[in-house]
Each structure stands twice: as C-alpha cells, then as structure tokens.
Write a protein that binds this ligand. Structure first.
Ligand code: SAM
Length: 214
C-alpha cells in the first residue's frame, strides 16, 4: 500500500464516530459497544475498507471491526461509511500486534486477512499476518469454532502461510490456488481493492480457510 501523508488524517480519525478511540476499553464488551448480541468478525489490514464495508451492508446481523495501522489509509474507509451510515461496522486505527489487548478470549467468530503485507525478508517473517506468531494470537480471541480466511495473489507468501498453519494451532478446512476459477470457494466472494488490481493483471488469487486443530 503506497502511503501518502494526508494532512489532517490523524485529527479526522481522532474525531470520527466510526473509530473506536480506546479499543482496549471494549475488550470483552464488544456486544455492549455494538448494542446487540451479534457475532463479531474482524478484517485485519483493512486498507481503504471496500471489502468490509460491503460485507457489513450484506450481513446486518454480524458486527464487523476493521483494523488498520495507518490513518492515511483508514481515512478512505471512513468516506464509504459516511455514505452508507450502517450501524454494524467500526474501525480501530491500530496494530494487529495488540489484538489480544482489544479482544477477549472467544470474542471473535471470524478473522479475514486480505492481501496482507508480504514482508519478503526472512528476518521480518514474524511480521507477516499469517505467521504462526500471529495465528497463535488469533487463536486466543477466536471462538471454539472460529475461522480465519486469508487470500493473496502472492504465491510465496501463501506457501509460507500454508507452512505456518499447524504450528499456529490450526488446520486447513478449504484451500484453492485459483479462487476466481473455483466455483465453490468463489461463491459470494467480495473483491478487495488489491484483489481487483492484481486479478486484472491476470494473477491467480490463493485462498485458505482455517479452523482450530482440535
Ligand atoms: N486488505 C486491503 C486489500 O486487500 O485491498 C489492503 C491490503 S494492503 C497490501 C495491507 C494493509 O494492511 C495496509 O493498509 C497496511 O497498513 C495494513 N497492515 C499491515 N500490517 C498491519 C498490522 N500489523 N496491523 C494493522 N494493519 C496492518
């Protein structure tokens, strides 16, 4: 994601009604924050928010939280929300490394990772969102039957992610190396900004769905 410094982005984020300003205070209280009992689904590294915004519009009985590290990117997601005015989508401007400070044990039913940053250098492998280190964090906040969905066009990152699954405490429930040609896994697929861009170049999209090992 190319990052431009957008003047006033931090201030806009700090004042927005769609941003959870103190996510740690919502830990174990997300049902209260949303004002209902609906399950909570997360997208981590939400970027400009097209995917999660469309999901939230299509599924009003699910509460969505998008987590994004950079204000200059997240500000674009807020524009979409200002237009749609839905009540089941909130954002956190923060780092997924702190996810266990934001969500309690078993508080999340599903996690989406879409086109996560590849961090190509070996010494940065732990920063990759589908690494075993992150999977172990995700295991702490997911429900017993919780799932993780990851898609990317980056084959090297995907192969790495597949190798990390077991050590991260999960097993593969479904997998494809060409999502858009897989009628089962592609059903209802919502394209992200990156997915539109890279599939237009002819890159096949890889995807897996994980569940807990035991
Ligand atoms: N998911 C979007 C898509 O598919 O179009 C954006 C993909 S972009 C390559 C990855 C995004 O993840 C960037 O916006 C980046 O800032 C965000 N990101 C990377 N690491 C993160 C982390 N540890 N916590 C929160 N966001 C992160």
């Amino acid at each position: 994601m190319r990052l431009r410094n957008i003047p006033g982005a931090r201030e806009t984020i700090a004042e927005s009604q769609w941003i959870v300003q103190d996510p740690a205070s919502c830990k174990e209280k997300w049902k209260e924050r949303f004002g209902n009992d609906h399950p909570v689904h997360l997208e981590i590294g939400t970027g400009k928010g097209k995917f999660i915004n469309q999901l939230a519009v299509e599924n009003p009985d699910i509460n969505y939280v998008g987590i994004e590290k950079y204000s200059s990117v997240l500000i674009r997601a807020l524009d979409k929300l200002d237009e749609s005015q839905i009540g089941n989508l909130l954002f956190i401007r923060g780092d997924a490394e702190l996810i266990c400070e934001y969500f309690g044990e078993g508080e999340v039913e599903k996690i989406y990772l879409n086109f996560s940053d590849p961090w190509p250098k070996d010494r940065h492998a732990k920063r990759r969102l589908p690494s075993k280190e992150y999977l172990r964090r995700f295991a702490q906040i997911l429900t017993k039957d919780g799932t993780i969905e990851f898609k990317t066009d980056n084959r090297a990152l995907f192969d790495f992610a597949v190798d990390e699954v077991e050590a991260g405490g999960f097993k593969i429930l479904q997998i494809t190396y060409d999502l858009h040609s897989d009628p089962v896994m592609n059903e209802g697929n919502i394209m992200t900004e990156y997915e539109e861009r890279f599939s237009a170049k002819g890159n096949p999209i890889c995807k897996y769905i994980l569940g807990r090992k035991e």
